[in-house]
Design a protein. Structure first.
Ligand SMILES: [Zn+2]
Length: 280
């Protein structure tokens, strides 16, 4: 396949997946554009196997996000996590995965394959854990203090969320092994010998520590507001009751998107670290 045909194939598949997600109310219009850009980059610079792994994250997360209950409605109104995703939410989540594919294409170094797997694993862990935490019966606790907080709160963790997150990361590691073995790649002349142990280790460690970083940043430096009318913490500048909220903690520009970006960067670095330890 010429690189032009290959590029076109990536565009068509990404458009197709993006439009389905938009129709399913998983993404806003701008979020759909961001998802299509991430999809095209991963497909073109990585390859079909890279794209399939990203799709496992995307499709499972979309399905989990569609399971709704009253607690989730409440969490979505107050917090950025879950619900319909916009441009910056998608871009912040997908940037490290897309950049890993680009770096792999230009540097032909297998460590970018592992940073990609770990970045996708971090997104998966985070989304699965958040959804499971929201659907669960008990309240999560803040990772820094252990204080019980409302579901959906940034920086909160729960036992059921963590277990489900680990399951998500295990799925990503196993699928990565399967795809990269099946297509006898990574492509572009870089030869690796896929090892199920290594793929699982990279994925589980990357996903777990990336999400832990997400929780720590969410509980400490991420900006958080308070609605004086509803007496509730929120991530929104204007609350859903249309009252202007006041900042109670965090750094001004340190929003949930930036936290997600740093978390998947950290997850990717942990993944590369695991590869460096056990990979050769
Ligand atoms: Zn309010």
């Amino acid at each position: 396949m010429s690189s032009y045909t290959f590029f076109l194939t990536g565009v068509i598949i990404s458009l197709f997946v993006g439009i389905i997600a938009f129709k399913a109310d998983a993404l806003t219009k701008s979020g759909t554009i961001a998802a299509i850009l991430v999809g095209i980059s991963v497909f073109f610079f990585g390859g079909l196997d890279w794209f399939l792994l990203l799709s496992v994250f995307f499709i499972t997360s979309m399905l989990l996000t569609r399971i709704k209950n009253a607690r989730k409605e409440e969490a979505n109104r107050n917090f950025a996590k879950g619900g319909v995703r916009d441009f910056w939410q998608v871009a912040a989540n997908g940037a490290i995965a897309a950049l890993s594919a680009v770096a792999f294409y230009f540097y032909k170094n297998e460590l970018f394959l592992y940073s990609f797997i770990a970045a996708v694993s971090t997104m998966t862990f985070d989304t699965w854990a958040t959804e499971a935490g929201i659907l669960g019966k008990s309240n999560p606790v803040l990772v820094t203090t252990g204080r019980q907080v409302r579901v959906g709160t940034s920086g909160a963790i729960s036992v059921q969320g963590t277990l489900v997150g680990l399951a998500g990361s295990a799925l990503i590691g196993a699928c990565a092994y399967y795809f990269f073995t099946l297509f006898n790649s990574p492509l572009q002349g870089v030869s690796i010998s896929p090892s199920l142990f290594l793929f699982l280790a990279v994925s589980l460690a990357g996903g777990f520590f990336g999400s832990l970083a997400d929780s720590f940043l969410g509980a400490t430096v991420q900006i958080m507001y308070y609605c004086t009318k509803c007496k509730k913490e929120t991530e929104c500048k204007t609350h859903y009751c249309s009252v202007k909220t006041t900042q109670i903690r965090g750094i001004d520009w340190f929003d949930n998107d930036f936290v997600n970006l740093l978390a998947s960067l950290f997850g990717a670095l942990v993944g590369v670290g695991v590869f460096a330890l056990f990979g050769q």
